[in-house]
Design a protein around this ligand. Structure first.
Ligand code: FE
Length: 347
């Protein structure tokens, strides 16, 4: 069922240079998941870079299968560095990420096993899993244009339009160190070419954006009048509207006449060094099938399986065209995106 891929330590050392990470002891938080080493219960250990509402999801899996889940939460790059350091001794059976680039970089470093499962390939479209089936998207997260419904009547309809000078001093962006920013720019390099993507990023920087390292705070900044337009993931608006339905912020779906709105994904992959590969595959298959709604709806993300309906609140966001074609290229283009952002002076 599981084919282990050989580790490539040289490559892993190379990609780690692109990430600034803290010490693991300080940043990765160990969270107990009902573990009990004294009995014979089946269990699976997860490293997860996606934290949103994850405990109820694991509890539902345990209730359905009897398999206990232990998990450690951290950022995607931190957990990948931890996997490299632990090598064959890692306790992790399954890795979950909040970004496509990070999981692809883990696969390229030989940290993930190729999984041959008809359940998975039937549920998850080809564009939303790695070419060798080392990782599978579980939900889609759309990075879109957000705008003030109080001050903006004609919101931008492309990522490039955020660089129009009429948004000078009125634009909020997430910093360049964040994977969401890097993956969006990687998709622009793919869709527009490096030179045009660079020109777009230059135009954003020329608008003197307010950099805020939290999508929730970015949306609150729009509501407070600190900026009129911004980039954020759609689920942050769904969350905010669930708490405060009158929040004066809306989505403008970008690139609807072209490549479609940028899609990033929450993913999972079985580690090459898994001690419990069967349980890891069972969890992965459950998340992609019976658990699709539980997983996606916990954070108002769109299910990766197009046949599974999204959470009701997402219906108000309407239909949109999504850029599925770029998802598998985000890891390969990550170093180019990081370099482009740096050269453009994007903070
Ligand atoms: Fe997020």
């Amino acid at each position: 069922m599981v084919e282990k891929t050989s580790p490539k330590p040289l490559k892993s050392r190379l990609f780690l240079r692109f990430f600034v990470v803290g010490t693991l002891a300080a940043t990765a938080t160990a969270c107990g998941g009902g573990s009990d080493d004294s009995d014979d219960a089946r269990s699976v250990t997860v490293y997860t870079g996606r934290h949103y509402g994850i405990e109820p999801v694991f509890e539902a899996f345990t209730a359905a299968t009897g398999i206990k889940v232990r998990f450690t939460a951290g950022s995607d790059p931190e957990l990948r560095e931890r996997l490299v350091a632990e090598g064959d001794n890692t306790p992790a059976d399954l890795v979950m990420t909040a970004d496509a680039a990070n999981v692809e970089l883990a696969a390229a470093a030989g940290l993930l096993a190729s999984v041959d499962s008809a359940k998975l390939t039937n549920a998850i479209p080809e564009e939303l899993r790695s070419k060798k089936n080392e990782w599978f998207a579980l939900s889609r997260r759309l990075r879109v244009v957000m705008y003030s419904t109080e001050r903006v009547t004609e919101p931008p309809t492309t990522y490039a339009e955020l660089g129009d000078e009429k948004w000078s001093g009125k634009l909020c962006l997430r910093p360049s160190t964040h994977p969401y920013t890097q993956s969006l720019v990687a998709s622009m390099i793919l869709n527009l070419g490096s030179d045009t993507a660079r020109a777009v990023v230059d135009s954003w920087v020329a608008n003197k954006p307010l950099y805020i390292n939290s999508d929730t705070d970015i949306l609150k900044a729009i509501a407070a009048g600190d900026c009129d337009v911004a980039l954020a993931n759609s689920y942050y608006l769904a969350r905010l509207l669930a708490e405060e339905p009158t929040t004066p912020v809306a989505i403008s779906w970008p690139e609807q006449d072209g490549s479609g709105a940028h899609v990033n994904v929450s993913t999972a992959g079985v580690t090459a060094a898994a001690s419990n590969p069967d349980e890891a595959i069972e969890l992965l298959e459950w998340l992609a099938t019976e658990g699709q709604s539980t997983f996606s709806d916990a954070n108002f993300e769109y299910p990766a399986d197009p046949n599974v309906a999204p959470a009701e609140v997402l219906l108000s966001f309407g239909e949109f065209r999504a850029d599925l074609a770029a998802v598998r290229e985000l890891g390969r283009l990550n170093p180019d995106a990081v370099e482009l952002l740096s050269r453009a002076g994007y903070e």
